[in-house]
Design a protein around this ligand. Structure first.
Ligand code: CDP
Length: 217
């Protein structure tokens, strides 16, 4: 059980989780952790080595030798692989297409979940992902699931200039055996289809106050 406060934000692709989680973390003075970036970074490393993401044995061999370094910059999580910063490449189409395959490999998840949990050793967190409330921090009382209609999500991703088949990715994320995307039983669900980022953050803050969390003015 972590002595630090964790706000877990889960949801499907392009539901607005990242913008909401980042804004919420600023409002609370907590660290913002993007767990999806970690799965994306490993996917980038696999593709860099020209390994077929479906070739699980080769992926695991690589996982055994790469050095994944998670850090913090300006209150946000950072990641380096073998001393390289993969951030500029994390939303490449090739990463979008293959990240769900890499994220379905159990030992990959185990490795990254360990690194995700470590952030809570020293910091209060807002962490976003797919399994934060269900697997990474199941004990936190502060769980949110942000959804939006498929049309709104597709529009949001296209507006980011990205080629990303979110329906296929969601299907893979929801149907995989290892930590699928689920709504944690005790999560508060917010449909962000007709809400602004501030609107969603406001709803979360209201809920956190109701649960007795101290919110800075
Ligand atoms: O931003 P977007 O919702 O498109 O995705 P992301 O949060 O960057 O996550 C990219 C992919 O990583 C997801 O489609 C999942 O396959 C995987 N992921 C996961 O399995 N578990 C997490 N906690 C976070 C991401």
């Amino acid at each position: 059980m972590t002595p630090h406060t964790v706000v877990a934000i889960d949801g499907p692709a392009a539901s607005g989780k990242s913008s909401v989680a980042r804004a919420l973390a600023r409002r609370l003075g907590y660290v913002y952790v993007n767990s999806g970036a970690m799965y994306r970074a490993v996917t980038w490393a696999v593709l860099q080595q020209q390994i077929d993401p479906r070739h699980t044995t080769a992926v695991l061999e690589l996982l055994g030798i790469i050095k994944i370094k998670c850090g913090l910059h300006d209150g946000e999580s950072t990641i380096e692989i073998n001393g390289q910063n993969p951030t500029p490449f994390l939303c490449d189409e090739s990463v979008n297409q293959n990240v769900s395959t890499i994220a379905s490999i159990e030992p990959v998840r185990r490795t990254l979940v360990t690194l995700q949990r470590r952030y809570a050793d020293d910091h209060d967190l807002v962490m976003e992902g797919r399994d934060i409330g269900s697997v990474v921090f199941p004990e936190t009382p502060y769980k949110f699931y942000i959804d939006a209609s498929a049309e709104v999500r597709a529009r949001r991703r296209a507006a980011q200039g990205q080629n990303d088949e979110i329906t296929a990715r969601d299907r893979r994320d929801s149907s995989r055996k290892a930590s699928p995307l689920v709504i944690a039983e005790d999560a508060h669900v917010i449909d962000s289809s007709n809400l602004t980022i501030d609107g969603v953050v406001g709803e979360i803050i209201g809920r956190l106050k109701l649960k007795g969390l101290q919110i800075p003015d």
